[in-house]
Write a protein that binds this ligand. Structure first.
Ligand code: GA4
Length: 322
């Protein structure tokens, strides 16, 4: 199914429901694990509070992002085009998707960040320190959540997910998105900032400033506006984790819509496996009653499929065992 990137979204079909919120400082580990597993199963999405990522690390990267997006277009273009990494504006991917945003996409390893920083900032060392410190901290948080999830699933190897992300060859990405305010904004017909899609990777950690626009889609198709919270992180299950758990966890479809008054900036970490890692349902999630739903594939193969399709496409369908 191709979901064309419409230039406007009807905002009628939305529903205000509470966002599942998990306090990571909870001492009752069993309860914490239960909450994580049920949020991953039910929504593929939750917010974490008391996550332990220092505020200073978050604001240093946020300041760098604000400085970068404040620059004249010509200067920003030195960090582009996004092919697929680098600075991009409006165009998303290679197949005609677009949105009302500009962004920076970086490979989340220290060498790539250092290399890219030269085109991003006049003080590349300061930028790469801010980005590397952020990646280091959010990767730690991502792995902590994945280890708890693995424990909750009763998987024998508790580090089976986090090992893929901690691998030196991990294909993880850091993304800074800037959604400028839209002048002729219509509350009943908002513009697409970033269209409906699921993230292909294992787990996504999203943090934004205090401006709304982020929405998730429930299983019944209704869109839920997620109130912004700059102190928390939003956790999104990606397609790869859906496959690894044989569909027990579901990757969440989400989108960003624009608003009239304020700039929204989000900083998104996508925890991914190395390109040659096999993505296949863990034995503990497969049984006679529930055989494997997907054919095994490498992350590299999946990425190729991802980039050959439109943003909104359900690319996991290509790997379903019928
Ligand atoms: C969605 C999740 C990440 O932002 C991303 C995106 C990527 C891109 O912007 O280059 C993709 C999109 C994302 C999925 C489908 C393809 C690839 C744009 C697009 C149309 C960096 C990713 O890994 O996949």
């Amino acid at each position: 199914m191709v979901v064309a990137s419409a230039s406007a979204i009807r905002t009628k079909k939305t529903r205000a429901v509470g966002v599942p919120t998990i306090d990571l400082s909870l001492e009752n580990k069993e309860l914490l694990i239960k909450q994580i597993v049920s949020a991953c199963e039910e929504y593929g999405f939750f917010k974490v509070t008391n996550h332990g990522v220092p505020r200073e690390i978050i604001s240093r990267l946020e300041d760098e992002g604000v400085d970068f997006f404040d620059k004249p277009v010509r200067e920003k273009q030195r960090a582009g085009p996004a092919c697929p990494l680098g600075y991009g504006s409006r165009n998303i991917g290679f197949n005609g998707d677009s949105g009302e945003l500009e962004y920076l996409l970086l490979h989340a390893n220290p060498t790539s960040i250092a290399e890219r920083s030269k085109t991003i900032s006049n003080d590349p060392l300061k930028f790469s320190r801010a980005a590397n410190d952020y990646v280091h901290a959010v990767r730690g948080l991502t792995c902590e959540i994945l280890d708890l999830a693995a424990e909750g699933l009763g998987v024998r190897d508790r580090f089976v997910f986090s090992r893929l992300i901690r691998d030196v060859h991990s294909d993880s990405i850091l993304r800074l998105n800037h959604y400028p305010p839209v002048e002729d904004w219509d509350p009943h017909n908002s513009r697409v900032g970033f269209g409906d899609h699921s993230d292909p990777q294992i787990l996504t950690l999203l943090r934004s400033n205090n401006v709304g626009g982020f929405q998730i889609r429930l299983n019944d198709g209704l869109w839920v506006p997620v109130p912004p919270d700059p102190t928390g992180f939003y956790v999104l299950v990606g397609d790869a984790l859906q496959v690894l758990t044989n569909g027990r966890f579901r990757s969440v479809r989400h989108r960003a819509i624009t608003n009239s008054l304020n700039s929204r900036m989000s900083m998104v970490y996508f925890g991914a496996p190395p390109l040659d890692a096999w993505i296949t349902s863990l034995p503990e999630t497969v049984s006679l009653q529930r055989p494997s739903l997907y054919m095994p594939f490498t992350w590299g193969e999946y990425k190729k499929a991802v980039y050959s399709l439109r943003l909104g496409e359900s690319r996991l369908d290509l790997f379903k065992i019928r």
